[in-house]
Design a protein around this ligand. Sequence first.
Ligand code: GLU
Length: 308
Amino acid sequence: MIQTILSQAVEAARPAAELGQTATYIPELGKMDKHHLGACVFTREGERCCAGDTDVRFSIQSISKVISLAAALELCGYDTVFERVGMEPSGEAFNAMGKLEAVGSTPSNPMINAGAIAVDSYLEPKISFEEMLSFTRKLCMDPQIVLDEKVYHSEMSHISRNRAIAYLLENTGVIRSDVERTLDFYVRMCSLSITAESLAGLGLVLAGDGVHPATGERLLSPDTVRVVKTIMLTCGMYDGSGTFAVQVGIPSKSGVGGGILSVVDGRMGIGIFGPALDGKGNSVAGIQVLRTLSRELHLHIFDPSEHR
Ligand code: GLU
């Protein structure tokens, strides 16, 4: 039943790609075919449903912020992570820097660039990029994940805005380690090459409170996963998070590569790929697929319990 609903949802959402554009501020992302659309659902019962372009590789971009936050909570601890980064929706664009200038101000949350760069500055001295890569492969249940060198170099040569954010954060004392090493780590994490299936795998691990469904290995503590899912719900869809929470109601995180990671707690992980973005940076067709799945499969976090 899930497979039929998923296939229909993907086909119905395809025309919505015309309403969006690929991200061009990182030139390599602008080269993607905006008509791609794929969606995967992996359930805790072991069902794996895929429809559309689910094996096309694309860059994880901001969805890596979920992985970095989880790793930082495990390795640095909750108090360190949230001492100088908030947990409030920002209501501003993902790369906003306006509020950061004031003395004593801190990034609103770890899902926007400023917050993620700060979190990476706490994480980077404790773990190498190679270790993060193998951790990401495990979390996503995808051993094929690699660094997309083209995307990495493309973003590194258009890094001015994130560099400005990072130095502002150093100036206000939010970042206390090496800024250039932090930026390199951040961009490498954003340039990991994944598929919609990798995101469904990651979603499934988070839906199961951090336990790998096949091996039973605990990859993240339940406390870490609770924090991460809550922040995804309130801040994961940029400044469209409130509308998305009402209309879809599934903790999610999007990236400008066109991915969306969604976690239906205790039930399933969902991965979406659709690189045509709306004005806020979210996959237009991807959101449409999720609206349909939420309605048809009763996935909204506040769906009346008789349907669940
Ligand atoms: N690497 C991107 C940037 O820093 C990530 C943005 C995103 O996916 O929201 O601009």
